[in-house]
Design a protein around this ligand. Structure first.
Ligand code: TYM
Length: 329
């Protein structure tokens, strides 16, 4: 049985990118594997260090997890900061992580550009904290979206380095996982690259049908192709990418044919796209509303998750301390 682990930062509501890049796969993996899914609240401090919203954000992600179908009977669901062993392993891994490799990380360079006044050491060592998350349970598979590929590569490198340094095969080398397919990248609706919380281009799982319709309607289009079978500009390709994840294959084929014959009606395509997104999000939104008032249940899930996660993490840390040479008097 494989050990599966993944997490999502608690910096706001979850969007379709989080869902199709990660959360949907968490749910699909629960039955056949030993799964750990957590809420990355420590990682959120690199960009959102606000005590007023920290707990609320964690709670919202927990609710989204449960509403989307994560089952605490099948998976260990926990809050990252509840498992102190992660912080300890993060420190040890940092002792063997080098300035040069951390500085080259794409996500670090992007964030440093976006928040030039707060290029903190947490941002810089984001990959070692992520490696600690993964290695602390010695995970095999990590379901994530395309943007996390480099972090997984670094995790493997840190694992290998630890093993080489201490002369044993302790950590496994985990892989980014998407059922044998390419990792996904869900685009935004504004013609730019990926959908993201901070990009202002996201459709959230908790958006109302009206909000979804409005957002899809506003997506960038043009006056349509003038040549048969022409290549689509990025902003149109993005609409098709979304259609491919939420709609039936024959629906996608219908609009592909229309595009190829220069008969495409964007109004119809957007209406269909909004409808199919609503089909995915509506049941989740309904359960979000149900769960929101159920504090005792949320508390129970978080508490039991933390206990199980700590048990597994503590076993790893006991080994790691011994391997590294720590001894108590
Ligand atoms: P975060 O919160 O940025 O993203 C969470 C997950 O959602 C995926 N994702 C996307 N996938 C496809 N298209 C998009 N537009 C899109 N936007 C987000 C991300 O790929 C990710 O899988 N560093 C992680 C959190 C984390 C983690 C870990 C993950 C911390 N420790 C250990 C796995 C293992 C992150 O970026 O979260």
């Amino acid at each position: 049985m494989d050990i599966v682990l993944s997490g999502i930062r608690s910096t706001g509501k979850l969007h379709l990118g989080n869902y199709f890049g990660a959360l949907r796969n968490f749910i699909r993996m629960q039955d056949e594997n030993r799964c750990y899914f957590f809420i990355a609240d420590l990682h959120s401090l690199t960009t959102h260090p606000d005590p007023k919203s920290l707990h609320e954000n964690v709670k919202n992600v927990l609710i989204d997890y449960l509403a989307a179908g994560l089952d605490p009977e099948k998976s260990v669901i926990y809050v990252q900061s509840d498992v102190k062993e992660v912080i300890e392993l993060y420190l040890y891994l940092n002792m063997h992580a080098y300035l040069g490799e951390l500085a080259k990380t794409v996500s670090f360079k992007e964030k440093a550009r976006k928040q030039p006044k707060n290029v903190n050491a947490g941002l810089f060592t984001y990959p070692t904290l992520m490696a600690a998350d993964i290695l602390v349970h010695r995970a095999d598979k990590v379901p994530v979206g395309k943007d996390q590929e480099q972090h997984l590569e670094m995790t493997r490198r840190f694992a290998r380095r630890f093993n080489n340094l201490y002369g044993l095969e302790y950590f496994k080398e985990p892989v980014a996982y998407n059922f044998g397919e390419e990792l996904v990248k869900i685009p935004g609706l504004d013609g730019s690259g990926k959908m993201g919380k901070s990009e202002g281009n996201a459709i959230y799982l908790s958006d109302t049908p009206k909000e979804i319709e409005k957002k899809v309607k506003r997506a960038l289009t043009d006056s349509g192709p003038t040549e048969f079978n022409s290549e689509k500009p990025d902003y149109i390709e993005n609409l098709f990418t979304l259609l491919r994840v939420v709609s039936a294959p024959e629906v996608v084929e219908h609009y592909e044919n229309q595009w190829n014959r220069c008969e495409i009606r964007y109004g119809d395509l957007k209406k269909q796209l909004a409808e199919d997104i609503i089909k995915v999000t509506s049941p989740i939104r309904e359960r979000v509303i149900e769960l929101s008032g159920n504090e005792p249940y949320l508390r129970k899930v978080a508490k039991e998750g933390a206990e199980k996660a700590r048990e597994s993490a503590a076993a790893t840390l006991a080994d790691v301390r011994e391997i590294m040479g720590f001894k108590s008097f």
